[in-house]
Design a protein around this ligand. Structure first.
Ligand SMILES: *Cc1c(COP(=O)(O)O)cnc(C)c1O
Length: 417
């Protein structure tokens, strides 16, 4: 092994495997094409850098893609989640039910409007919010004196939540649904794309997407909000300092752009034309890049068939997985090493892997403020030490995928009980 080819850790690549990659395989590098680069350059030359014509075009293209009448581009998914809760007038004294198996931004959005984060546990197969657990969490929060106003499910790894059940809970209890679709572009339920039509038309639903660097579509930083027609202009104002863009002043030829009305204490949450320049072309390539993700997932499933040390991710009948993440669960009773060591062993074989996520109810901020214990969310907590995300992105070649499969087999072979 040449000395110059080092792994990110200082470990020497393991020699037990048949083949160690000559170069490190990164977990989730962004995939940006020449079209994006040319569009950014053209935007720079156009003189319009902030929210302008490219953002409008990206919003229109995105809305058409998911089949929604309108879309609002933001500078992050976090911003879109915040806007959805804000325009639903959720605040102090209210509670929102969400999953612990997610990124910080999901629950933080609830904190930012002053409402109470109430965690419900996940389902054992998909690791998505469990409808039964949601019902229990609603009762628990109600007994504690909160008014439960919304559900905030996350389509974990890109697998759609059981929206049929969650929306019927929302309809029965008059709740808003805010979907965190950061992983779910494009994901489907019975052929319907997430962000398009609801399962039920009587539930107010918002959907927030992320275009962070490692997501299925990237604008560097960025997000998109889909929501009920009658909430979109309030959301638009909230994302631009609370400035009402639809008021008469703006269209008034005498007063022009400098005269406007502030109708809300909003935030600076808009997308730039530079970011939208990336998004326009990333969106055009999305069907192709998602197809590649599906093929990689299929190659993994075939390559790990019969490997008893691993539990494969589920894909329920009638759903279309977004395949943002390929999360396996280690069968730790069959291994002499824990998950962290498994990850280090992959890294020593020059394979980048990751973990999604340490359940939020055990992060100090939520754990300590709410006095939560690990077993309050038993399914999420028992999954946590077993979770391992393998690389899945359109830039992977079949040989790369086979290297991952080979390395995983090798680690299992070396460390099985
Ligand atoms: C990435 C991510 C977010 C945050 O997205 P940003 O665009 O970075 O704000 C929210 N939720 C989940 C589940 C994520 O993975």
């Amino acid at each position: 092994m040449p000395a110059s080819r080092t792994t990110p850790s200082n470990e020497t690549p393991a020699t037990t495997g048949r083949r160690v990659r000559p170069t490190f395989l990164p977990f989730a590098p962004p995939s940006v094409g020449e079209d994006e680069i040319q569009e950014v350059v053209a935007t720079l030359r156009s003189g319009w850098l902030t929210t302008g014509p490219k953002v409008r075009r990206f919003e229109e293209d995105f809305a058409a893609f998911v089949g929604a009448p309108e879309a609002l581009a933001t500078n992050s998914c976090s911003a879109a989640l915040h806007a959805a809760l804000h325009v639903s007038r959720i605040g102090a004294g209210d509670a929102v039910i969400t999953t612990p198996l997610t990124f910080a931004a999901t629950a933080h959005a609830i904190e930012h409007v002053g409402a109470r984060v109430v965690f419900a546990d996940v389902e054992p197969d998909t690791l998505n919010l469990s409808p039964a657990s949601v019902n229990e969490a609603i009762d628990r929060a109600t007994r504690a004196g909160y008014l439960v106003r919304a559900l905030l499910p996350v389509h974990y790894a890109g697998h759609p939540c059981d929206m049929q059940s969650l929306e019927s809970i929302a309809a029965d209890r008059d709740l808003v649904v805010v979907e965190d679709a950061a992983h779910a572009l494009p994901a489907r339920i019975e052929g319907r794309i997430i962000g398009g039509q609801n399962v039920r038309s009587d539930v107010r639903t918002f959907t927030a997407f992320s275009f962070y660097a490692n997501k299925n579509l990237t604008t560097g930083e960025g997000g998109m909000l889909i929501g009920p027609k009658d909430s979109m202009s309030a959301a638009r104002a909230f994302c631009h300092h609370g400035i009402d863009r639809d008021n008469g002043w703006r269209r008034d030829a005498v007063h022009g752009m400098w005269r406007y009305e502030i109708v809300d204490a909003g935030f600076k949450y808009g997308m730039t034309d530079l970011a939208a320049s990336l998004g326009i072309h990333q969106l055009r390539r999305l069907p192709e890049s998602h197809k590649r993700r599906r093929l990689i997932a299929a190659r993994y499933l075939a390559g790990f068939d019969g490997l008893a040390e691993l539990e494969m991710p589920a894909e329920r009948p009638g759903t279309g997985h977004g395949w943002h993440l390929f999360v396996v669960r280690l069968n730790l009773d069959r291994l002499r090493i824990d998950r962290d060591r498994f990850l280090a062993e992959l890294e020593a074989r020059r394979i980048g892997a990751s973990v999604h996520f340490l359940p939020l109810h055990m992060q100090p901020y939520y754990r300590d403020r709410q006095g939560l214990r690990p077993d309050d969310m038993p399914v999420a907590w028992s999954a946590w030490p077993r979770l391992l995300s393998l690389p899945i992105h359109p830039g992977l070649t079949d040989d790369d995928v086979d290297d991952v499969i080979g390395a995983v087999h090798d680690v299992c072979r070396t460390h099985r009980r």
